[in-house]
Design a protein around this ligand. Structure first.
Ligand code: GLA
Length: 723
C-alpha cells in the first residue's frame, strides 16, 4: 500500500510486514525517515536531521536550517553537495563539473510495474515513481518503488533522463540507495569460484565500507549479486535483516557503508569500473532493478520472502509452477565422445526409469570434437550424428521422451567457420591478440548483426526439430571490453550494452518459441541471478555435482533464491569434480531439493541403482509441489556442523519433506537431535519413514534423532498431517 500525506509531504510504503517512509524535506531533498518493521501513517518528521548539525557537515545553499545531506538518510546519494558517502550517480557535464543537487519535482502512484524495455523486470505490484531533478545539470531521475501487499520485498530502480540542452556523461548510475538509521550489522555475502559457488560468509560491518561485485561482464561464480545486512542479534530464525539482490546479470557492485554517525548505507547496481554512459538531450538511461527485502524473523524468513517474491513476480509465469522436465543430460555420461548409438542407448535406459527428457549437451555442432573448436557454428555435425538430430529425437519420442539441446550462443571459437568469416565479431580488436578462456572468445553482443545471426541460427535448429528444452550456457568471462562498432566515447557503455544484447536475444527467442523450456547455465552457476531467472525458470546450480559439495552450494544459494530455480543432478562416483564417493541414495536426496535430473551413464548403473533411480523419480513427483511452492527451512548448516538438514514445508503446513546428510560417521555420536522447523505446533504429523505420529511442537522442540549413518549418509523424512 502506498499512501502520500500532502501535509507533511511524506510517502508511506507498506508491504506485508515492513514500511519504508520517504519524506520531501522543505528544501526539496528526498530523505528516508524509516525502513524497517511496519509503522502507522504518523508524522515522522521529528527525524529531520537539521536540528542535529555537526561541524564539517556542509549545508546546501537553498536551506535556511542546519540541514546537511551529510547527516540525512538519502534516497539516492548525490555528489558534491555534502553527502560524502558513496553516491548513487555521478554526472559529468560538458564543462567537466560533477556536482549534482537533486530536488523533488513530482510523483505518481500507479498499479503495476514500470516498463524497463529489454531489462529483466518484476511483474505486478503498485508503484511509486518520484521524479527528482538535478538543479545544476537539468538531469531528471525517476526513482521507482514497486511493492506488493503480500510480500516483504520492495523493488527499486532509477531512470535517468537528460533534460538539459547539452550532453552529459554518467560515470556511475546505481539502481538504488538505502540509508538506514544507526545500527550494528554484519554483512552476509555469497562468494565462491567455479565448482564452488555461493559460499555464505558473514563479517561485521565496521566504519567505512564493504564493497563486493563482479567486473567480469557476468554476475559471476566469484560473488553473487546479493548482500544481506544481518542485525547484531539476528540469526537464522530471528532478528532484523535486510537483503538486497540485483535483477541483473552483468558486472555489478553492492556497497555497505557505515557512516560517521553509525547510519548504514547500502547502494549499488551496474559496476562503475570501466563504465560511462553518454546521454544526449532527451535520452534516458534505465538502471536494472534491485529487490530489497526486510525480515524481522532472521535470515530464514528473508530467504522465504525472496523465494516467494521471485516465484510470484520474476520467474517466467508460464513455467514457474509447472512440473519441470526430469532429464538425463549426456555431458558427464559421454562428454564430447557421443554418437547416435550412444544417445539412443541413453534414451533406452532412461525411459523405463521415468526420465522424461534427453538433453544433448555440448559437441553436437560444427566440428566440435573438443573445447578448442566449433562455437558459433550452430549446424548439426552429421559426421558425429549420422542423419542429424531427427533420428535421436524420434528414438526419444518412440519411448515417450522429449528432447533438449545445449547452446552457448554468446561464444565463438577461433577455429570455427564463423570466426574465419567474421573475426571482428569477437569482443576486442581483431588486429591485436586477445585473451582466451576455455580456448574461446566472446561474441560482441552489442552488435545487432551478431545477435541477428545467432537468432537466425538458433531459430533454424529450434524450428526444424522437435526440441522442448534449451540449455543456454556461457563459459567464460569478458576481458577486452571493446566493440569495433562503438565510438570512442561510448566504449564505457560496452559491458551494459552487452547485457542488453543478451537479454534482447533471449527475449526474442522466447517470444518465437514460447513452448520451449529454457534452462540457464554458466560453467555451472556463474550467472545465477535474478536477471537470468526472469527468463530461465531454473539454472544449473554448479558444475560440482558431488553430493556433499552440492548440499553446501544449494544451502548458500537458498539465502537468495528458491529451490525450484536450482537445477540439481545425480551424477556418478567417484565424482568427476572432487573424486569423492557418496552413497547413491544421498546423491538422489540432495538432487531432489531442486529441479531434479541425471547426469551419468545410466547403462553403467547396477540393477539396484537403477531401481533407486526409479524410486527417486517417483519420490520427486510426489514432492515436486513442495519444491515448486513450499517454504524452505534451513535446519543444520553443513558449513558449521557435521550434518546438513533442510525442510520444505507446504504453505498450509500439512506436509513437509526433510532431507539430511550426516557428513562424517563419528563413534558414539548417537544423541544428536534434529529439531524440525516451520511446522504447525498443534498439528499431528506422521513421519512415514519412522512410522510415528508426533505433534508439530514435539517435532520442533524435542526433535528426531539424527539417523545412524556412515560418511555422507543421506536420509529423507516425509511428514503428512494426520487426517
Ligand atoms: C559448462 C556447463 C556444463 C556443460 C559444459 C559443456 O561447463 O556448466 O554443464 O554443459 O559446459 O561444455
Amino acid at each position: 500500500m502506498i499512501v502520500y500525506d500532502r501535509k507533511t509531504r511524506t510517502f508511506f510504503l507498506s508491504g506485508k510486514s515492513f514500511s519504508c517512509v520517504l519524506w520531501v524535506h522543505p528544501a526539496g531533498y528526498l530523505c528516508n525517515l524509516h525502513f524497517g518493521g511496519r509503522v502507522g501513517e504518523d508524522d515522522l518528521t521529528y527525524f529531520d536531521p537539521s536540528a542535529r548539525g555537526l561541524s564539517f557537515s556542509p549545508v546546501p545553499p537553498d536551506t535556511d536550517s542546519e540541514f546537511s545531506l551529510d547527516l540525512s538518510c538519502n534516497e539516492y546519494g548525490s555528489f558534491g553537495q555534502g553527502d560524502f558517502r558513496s553516491p548513487s550517480v555521478l554526472i559529468v557535464r560538458e564543462n567537466g563539473e560533477r556536482a549534482s543537487r537533486f530536488q523533488y519535482v513530482s510523483h505518481k502512484i500507479y498499479q503495476g510495474a514500470p516498463n524497463l524495455g529489454v531489462l529483466p523486470a518484476a511483474r505486478g505490484g503498485e508503484t511509486l515513481a518520484v521524479t527528482v531533478k538535478d538543479v545544476l545539470s537539468d538531469v531528471g531521475i525517476v526513482l521507482n518503488y514497486t511493492l506488493y501487499e503480500d510480500s516483504d520485498v520492495l523493488v527499486r530502480n532509477a531512470e535517468i533522463v537528460n533534460r538539459g540542452n547539452s550532453p552529459v556523461t554518467l560515470l556511475r548510475a546505481y539502481s538504488f540507495c538505502l540509508d538506514l538509521a544507526a545500527g550494528e550489522y554484519g554483512v552476509l555475502r555469497l562468494h565462491g569460484r567455479h565448482n564452488m559457488e555461493r559460499t555464505p560468509e558473514i563479517a561485521p560491518l565496521g566504519h567505512g565500507s564493504v564493497k563486493i561485485g563482479s567486473a567480469r561482464g557476468a554476475s559471476s561464480h566469484q560473488m553473487n549479486p546479493f548482500l544481506a545486512l544481518v542485525g547484531k542479534n539476528a540469526g537464522e530464525d530471528g532478528g532484523e535483516c535486510v537483503g538486497v539482490e540485483l535483477l541483473y546479470s552483468g558486472s555489478w557492485t553492492l556497497e555497505a557503508e557505515k557512516s560517521q554517525t553509525g547510519s548504514v548505507r547500502v547502494c549499488g547496481g551496474i559496476n562503475d569500473l570501466n563504465f560511462s554512459w553518454k546521454l544526449h538531450t532527451g535520452e534516458r538511461f534505465v538502471t536494472p532493478q534491485v529487490a530489497v527485502c526486510y525480515s524481522d524473523r532472521g535470515l530464514g524468513e528473508m530467504s522465504r520472502s525472496f523465494a516467494d517474491f521471485l516465484r510470484g513476480h520474476v520467474l517466467p509465469e508460464k513455467y514457474v509452477y509447472a512440473p519441470r522436465p526430469v532429464l538425463v543430460n549426456n555431458w558427464e555420461a559421454t562428454y564430447f565422445g557421443f554418437d547416435r548409438e550412444k544417445l539412443c542407448a541413453l534414451a533406452d535406459e532412461a525411459a523405463p526409469l521415468g526420465i522424461d527428457t534427453l538433453v544433448l549437451d555440448d559437441g553436437w555442432f560444427g566440428k566440435r570434437e573438443d573445447d578448442f573448436t566449433g562455437l558459433g557454428d550452430w549446424f548439426v555435425n552429421e559426421k558425429k550424428l549420422a542423419g542429424g538430430l531427427d533420428p535421436v529425437i524420434s528414438h526419444c519420442k518412440e519411448r515417450g521422451m522429449k528432447f533438449g539441446i545445449w547452446f552457448e550462443p554468446e561464444m565463438i571459437s577461433e577455429d570455427s567457420d564463423l570466426y574465419r568469416a567474421h573475426p571482428d565479431w569477437a569482443i576486442g580488436r581483431a588486429d591485436v591478440p586477445r585473451c582466451k578462456s576455455r580456448h574461446q572468445y566472446v561474441l560482441d553482443m552489442t552488435r545487432g548483426d551478431v545477435t541477428d545471426h545467432i537468432f537466425a541460427r538458433m531459430s533454424d535448429i529450434l524450428s526444424r526439430h522437435e526440441i522442448s528444452y534449451v540449455k543456454w550456457d556461457m563459459n567464460r568471462h569478458i576481458t577486452e571490453f571493446y566493440s569495433s562498432r562503438l565510438p570512442a566515447e561510448r566504449q564505457g557503455e560496452f559491458s551494459h550494452r552487452y547485457m542488453l544484447g543478451v537479454y534482447g536475444l533471449i527475449r526474442r527467442l522466447q517470444e518465437a518459441f514460447p513452448n520451449v523450456f529454457f534452462e540457464g547455465c554458466s560453467g555451472g552457476g556463474g550467472r545465477f541471478d535474478g536477471g537470468m531467472l526472469s527468463f530461465f525458470p531454473q539454472f544449473w546450480t554448479s558444475d560440482d555435482t558431488d553430493a556433499y559439495e552440492r548440499a553446501k552450494i544449494q544451502w548458500g544459494t537458498s539465502y537468495g533464491y528458491p529451490l525450484s530455480a536450482m537445477s540439481c543432478h545425480v551424477s556418478s562416483c567417484p565424482n568427476h569434480q572432487t573424486g569423492r564417493t557418496t552413497p547413491f541414495f544421498t546423491r538422489g536426496a540432495v538432487a531432489s531439493l531442486g529441479a531434479t535430473g541425471y547426469e551419468l551413464d545410466l547403462g553403467k548403473l547396477s540393477a539396484e541403482e537403477k531401481a533407486q533411480v526409479k524410486e527417486q523419480i517417483e519420490n520427486y513427483h510426489e514432492i515436486e509441489a513442495l519444491i515448486l511452492r513450499g517454504d524452505l527451512y534451513r535446519i543444520a548448516d553443513p558449513y558449521e556442523e557435521n550434518c546438513f538438514c533442510v525442510a520444505v514445508v507446504s504453505k498450509d503446513k500439512s506436509r513437509a519433506y526433510v532431507v539430511g546428510m550426516r557428513i562424517h560417521a563419528m563413534p558414539g555420536d548417537f544423541d544428536r537431535r534434529i529439531r524440525l522447523k516451520g511446522l504447525c505446533p498443534e498439528k499431528e504429523y506422521t513421519v512415514k519413514e519412522l512410522g510415528r505420529t508426533l505433534r508439530g511442537d514435539t517435532l520442533m522442540n524435542a526433535g528426531l534423532l539424527l539417523p545412524r549413518l556412515g560418511d555422507f549418509g543421506g536420509w529423507v523424512w516425509h511428514l503428512q498431517e494426520k487426517s
